[in-house]
Design a protein around this ligand. Structure first.
Ligand code: BG6
Length: 518
């Protein structure tokens, strides 16, 4: 493990949901795993009037998100809670940070922190710049005596223009190398393993290009709806919520050129290059042909009525916000010229799954006459759940003649001994930022390149008369014509919960009264 300096984590928005749900549980796990430095404290701050003890009770002792079934749980929690402190900011974030600075300095001296501070903005992006300005006004952004880092949450911008403004706003007070833009998908082991799969094996890389790959398909499906986030989601939609960030990050890793080393800047340079090569769809006709926008409608699933999107709390009854987005696009560079990428993301799908499918071209000359389309080679990389890798290839059916059938070769993370100790995304990302490793954080130019691609689609979807939002019943794989996006005889691989199950495989639940339902 890399060395980790003594430091203080200052969380803005500490009375909010993210701190309780994700940040503190991640820090707790790091504490249990002995990853945190000996001299380490967390200072929570927000507008809520809390004492240190209130804060500790809220995020540790009374938190339903901090789970520990171990024998010494109570003692571990008590020991961990001693590292947590709280400072009330007063009425708002646009205020003089001198009292905050004083508290930081008291803790710094008491715990011998050496003035190394990480500021975590768990705040609405609209106030990022204000908070950065107020930190700078009391010299809390200045390095020299100790380093200073800033972690910011998504959404990073609402459009290309707002993302640029946000970048400029933060860069007025912090250097780019101090800014860590979090994308929790990059914290997933399986997303990181994409780099290893591609660049530590010789068998895949020679095939990883337009000569052998027919198309690439990425599915991100969630079975849940928007839940209690309707207010946020209705202004965002699937494209902003998932595609611009998480899925564009996956695309960039699948498409990037080999970096010259594992240095964070080398990796990020190659990712940006791939994103900059995305063919931006400018005209309405192309966007109409290459995208599908959908929204779930009410349905009965497992005997229960599931609300349609427009009936969800916080959603406008005539909303045209998409809960399903499928995009076909191209990357204009030497490696990917004319290879279609198909990416879709949606809520209220039949299952929760994220996977990448590399579809290889058919053999150049078919000598086995009955070899059909579906026996072409595929490499399925499962991000979640049932994490693993599956290769599909043709084998001979035993018996006379040369009948070809598809067979599977698979690897599962759960088979690794270390599989049980996989770090959660927030644990890994927090630890990386604490160690000053920005590999798994998005750089300003990456974020802007992704927005440059997404912007015209959003504009068309929201402003053009020819843009349509297609309904799909909650619990199905999106609008009826979703497969039309795929060229030729293609169709989406509607994955099952388990990696090796055939597409659309499902289990019929048996109800206690003996009646079957789906
Ligand atoms: C978040 C989105 O960034 O990612 C949510 O805002 C989405 O809408 C979530 O549900 C999905 O994350 P995961 O890790 O469960 O796939």
């Amino acid at each position: 493990m890399k060395s980790i300096d003594r430091q203080m984590l200052i969380i803005f928005g500490a009375s909010g949901d993210l701190t309780k749900r994700k940040l503190i549980p991640a820090l707790y796990e790091l504490h249990k795993g002995n990853f945190l430095p000996k001299n380490f404290v967390v200072l929570g701050t927000s507008r809520s009037d809390l004492t240190d003890d209130d804060f500790r009770n809220r995020v540790v002792f009374n938190s339903e998100f901090l789970k520990d079934e171990s024998e010494h749980a109570e003692a571990t929690k008590a020991e961990f809670a001693k590292k947590l402190f709280y400072k009330d900011l007063g009425d708002g974030y646009d205020t003089d940070f001198t009292p905050l600075k004083e508290k930081i300095h008291v803790l710094n001296d008491e715990f011998k922190i050496n003035h190394n501070f990480v500021f975590y903005f768990s705040l609405p992006p609209s106030i990022y710049e204000t908070v950065a300005k107020n930190l700078a006004a009391v010299d809390l952004s200045v390095e020299g005596v100790g380093w200073k880092r800033l972690i910011v949450e998504k959404p990073f911008g609402y459009s290309l223009e707002t993302a640029k403004e946000l970048n400029k706003g933060l860069q007025k007070y912090f250097r780019e190398s101090q800014i860590y833009r979090i994308d929790h998908y990059l914290g997933k082991e399986t997303v990181q393993n994409l780099l290893v799969t591609r660049f530590s094996n010789t068998i895949f890389e020679p095939l990883w290009n337009r000569n052998y790959i027919r198309h690439i398909e990425i599915t991100n499906a969630e079975s849940v709806g928007v839940g209690n986030r309707g207010g946020y989601y209705d202004k965002s939609g699937a494209l902003r919520d998932m595609f611009q960030n998480h899925l564009m990050q996956i695309v960039s890793i699948v498409a990037m050129e080999p970096p010259i080393s594992d240095d964070p800047e080398e990796i990020r340079n190659e990712k940006v290059k791939a994103l900059k090569a995305l063919r931006i769809m400018e005209d309405d006709e192309t966007i109409f042909d290459h995208t599908i926008k959908g929204q779930y409608t009410s349905a009965v699933i497992n005997g229960e009525i599931v609300k349609g999107y427009r009936q969800e709390e916080g959603v406008a009854p005539d909303s045209i916000t998409e809960t399903f987005a499928a995009i076909k696009f191209y990357i204009d560079n030497w490696r990917w010229k004319d290879v279609p990428f198909y990416v879709r993301t949606a809520k209220r799908m039949p299952t929760k799954v994220t996977e990448i499918v590399i579809h290889f071209k058919p053999s150049h000359h078919h000598i086995f006459k009955d070899q059909d389309f579906d026996t072409d080679n595929k490499l399925v990389i499962r991000i979640q759940p049932d994490e693993g890798i599956l290769i599909k290839f043709g084998v001979k059916v035993p018996g006379q003649g040369f009948n070809v059938e598809r067979a599977n070769m698979d690897f599962y993370y759960s088979d690794l001994d270390e599989g049980n100790n996989i770090m959660e995304a927030y644990e890994r990302l927090l630890l990386d930022a604490m160690q000053g490793d920005a590999t798994l954080y998005a750089r300003a130019d990456e974020v802007e390149a992704a927005w440059a691609f997404v912007d015209p689609i959003l504009k068309y979807w929201n402003e053009s008369k020819s843009a349509t939002v297609h309904g799909y019943s909650a619990g199905v794989w999106g609008p009826l014509h979703a497969d039309d996006l795929i060229e030729g005889r293609g169709f989406w691989r509607n994955p099952s919960k388990n990696l090796a199950d055939e597409p659309s495989y499902c289990v019929l639940n048996i109800k206690k009264n003996g009646k079957k339902n789906i």
